[in-house]
Write a protein that binds this ligand. Sequence first.
Ligand SMILES: NC(=O)c1ccc[n+]([C@@H]2O[C@H](COP(=O)([O-])OP(=O)(O)OC[C@H]3O[C@@H](n4cnc5c(N)ncnc54)[C@H](OP(=O)(O)O)[C@@H]3O)[C@@H](O)[C@H]2O)c1
Length: 288
Amino acid sequence: MKILVTGATGHVGRAVVGRLASLGHDVVAMVRDRQTAAARLPSEIALRVADYENASALKRVFAGIDEVVLISSDGDASTVMHHHANAIEAAAAAGARHIIFTSIVDVDDQSPFYFAPVYRDAERRLAACGVPSTILRCSLYCEFILDHWLVRSQSSGELVLPTGNGRVAPISRDDVAAAIAAVAANLEKSPKIHTVTGDLALDFGEIAASYGEAVARQVGYRPCSIDEYQALASAQLDDPWPRAFSTLCASIAEGRYSRVSDDFAVLTGRGPENFRDFLRRATSATEA
Ligand SMILES: NC(=O)c1ccc[n+]([C@@H]2O[C@H](COP(=O)([O-])OP(=O)(O)OC[C@H]3O[C@@H](n4cnc5c(N)ncnc54)[C@H](OP(=O)(O)O)[C@@H]3O)[C@@H](O)[C@H]2O)c1
């Protein structure tokens, strides 16, 4: 069984490659650039080079692969949609036997989230492509919340987001990788959708307080309007991120990220890392 992992120089992809290789699987890393790969992956990992933009290169690198682990792409919505479409089509054309895809929790057609249509589209393509697939609908990454929202709140002591009373059950990137590796190592014969979340749905008051605890500083949460957040985000971020993040907050405020699933424990045989433990680990690593 040859398993190819895309996005293999990224945080999640690299962790999946490492886990599968240490379990003795025949794993191939798909990368865009060999030099980046040399700096981020062990030298014994087999590499194949392709960009999601290049449909024929994708078909070439997927040749002879049994299982494709498709780590979702990033960028503006239409580019990402096109990347996923290219990869799914190429995997089917190359004769892959199974595709694993990292989707998101909220793919509902009423969702306000900028990326919801992108992931809905990929999931539809997977269902129609003729190759059995496993979809992992992942919650927000702990690292996303920390890097994009919490770190910025440290100096003011105030986490300002349009998330209302919404809750989220964050999961670390390493745990997402553990769930993917568990699926890849025990191939599911029929199409499946797993929801991969943390063990607790926290509101943003609790998230801010946990961060404050980890950095030994008082941090509180102030819910704001979408317009206020958009204005703040637009001063710091390029398009499409102010729109992407504000609509994500709207989705959270509507309760679309509040579900806690035990799929992670079922897949891996253990609980996910708790968000408070993650924060302690991540902030002490930053300070060290
Ligand atoms: N749930 C969440 O909270 C959340 C938050 C952020 C992102 N995400 C999604 O989760 C994915 C994985 O997260 P991550 O932290 O591992 O991301 P990451 O560290 O940024 O890694 C992204 C990977 O995708 C590769 N890539 C980007 N554009 C590509 C292209 N055009 N063709 C081929 N490969 C390409 C990158 O290659 P290079 O090293 O060559 O750039 C890298 O290996 C992201 O891509 C995004 O879709 C989810």
